[in-house]
Design a protein around this ligand. Structure first.
Ligand SMILES: [Zn+2]
Length: 340
């Protein structure tokens, strides 16, 4: 049985039950190419910064009149720490060890300028730690030097951009169309298991009386299901929290060429993720966070996703995974324009 060669080796490493449950949930293995989305369209600003913006938000005149928002790419900055010497500068927005503080500060000014028209518009970042802690922005955050420790922020402060930093994790922006309240959440797999987005929307209701039907939400670029291979322990983690957990996972082959070359692999009933050329379990964090928005009461039609896999497009995005930890940070920002 050539098709089973090497597949029995790691069978005991699988916790009992997980494989069976996954097999029941299987929609069939997919190839990476099947799941990969197109390269998203960016908006290029006068200062060279390129951002992803949410089309329905730009097209809604009322929303556009008071709302600032954008998901950064790596394009349009002055950092040299993450690219070849002769390459144009990167828009690294995180104070990382490899980059200079001056470059990051300049990049943040460029981002503020692209979004608000003014380079001195304050950006309040967070000290993120993969939690579900959500803070409410205060007037004092405009001049605060040290970022607050949290993974989500809700703001009613005009003239302030609140920000989430990512380099594969999923950023989620939310706005209350009626009350002019905004929020940004950092949802890696840990924050997602801890329901940061679902809890965050709950907090918007609690603190500001936001009604879910008034909310619009946008899920930004991150490691998408095409590339986000995870260990089987994550399936257990998600199954312990979400009734729909199995819908978030799929077995994925690295390449269509594998399918062509080894068609027998697609006919076997064996544990996933145990062969170097076999399928790996992939997690769909974008769908996971869409489900949390829905569970929090946000309407399906009010949820947008920019698309853009950070792993598929390293020329456009920073990716922690692709660069094996040596990555800059992108920012997802949202804010309320000040009254003139
Ligand atoms: Zn991808």
């Amino acid at each position: 049985m050539l098709s089973n060669a090497g597949l029995v080796r790691n069978r005991r490493a699988t916790p009992a039950g997980v494989t069976t449950r996954l097999r029941n949930a299987r929609r069939g293995a997919a190839s990476k190419e099947e799941l990969a989305g197109a390269m998203p369209e960016t908006q290029r600003f006068a200062n060279g910064v390129e951002l992803l913006q949410v089309s329905p938000w730009l097209e809604n005149k009322k929303l556009k009149s008071w709302l600032w928002h954008g998901f950064s790419t790596r394009i349009g900055g002055v950092s040299g720490a993450y690219s070849a010497e002769d390459a144009p500068g990167d828009l690294n927005l995180g104070f990382t060890a490899a980059d200079s503080r001056e470059a990051v500060q300049r990049n943040r000014q460029l981002l503020a300028e692209a979004i608000s028209g003014k380079s001195d518009t304050p950006i309040a970042a967070l000290r993120q730690f993969h939690s579900n802690l959500v803070v409410v922005a205060e007037q004092g955050d405009i001049s605060r030097q040290q970022p607050r420790k949290a993974d989500g922020v809700i703001s009613s402060v005009p003239g302030l951009l609140v920000a989430i930093q990512t380099a594969d994790c999923i950023p989620v922006l939310v706005a209350d169309r009626r009350q002019r309240i905004v929020a940004a959440f950092h949802a890696g797999w840990r924050g997602t298991v801890k329901r940061i987005v679902e809890l965050g929307v709950g907090r918007m209701r609690l603190e500001f009386g936001c009604k879910p039907e008034d909310l619009v939400a946008a899920i930004g670029p991150g490691a998408s299901q095409c590339c986000y291979a995870v260990g089987e322990e994550l399936l257990s983690e998600f199954e312990s929290q979400f009734s729909y957990a199995r819908e978030l996972f799929r077995e994925v082959f690295d390449s269509d060429s594998v399918r062509t070359k080894y068609p027998m692999l697609f006919l076997t009933q064996r544990a996933p993720g145990h062969s170097p050329i076999g399928p790996q379990l992939h997690l769909d964090l974008i769908e996971a966070n869409r489900r949390q928005l829905l569970d929090a009461g946000v309407k399906t039609s009010a949820i947008s996703a920019t698309g853009g896999c950070t792993n598929c497009h390293p020329e456009l995005f920073f990716s922690h995974r692709v660069s094996r930890g040596h990555a800059g940070r992108m920012m997802s920002v949202i804010g309320i324009k000040p009254k003139r």
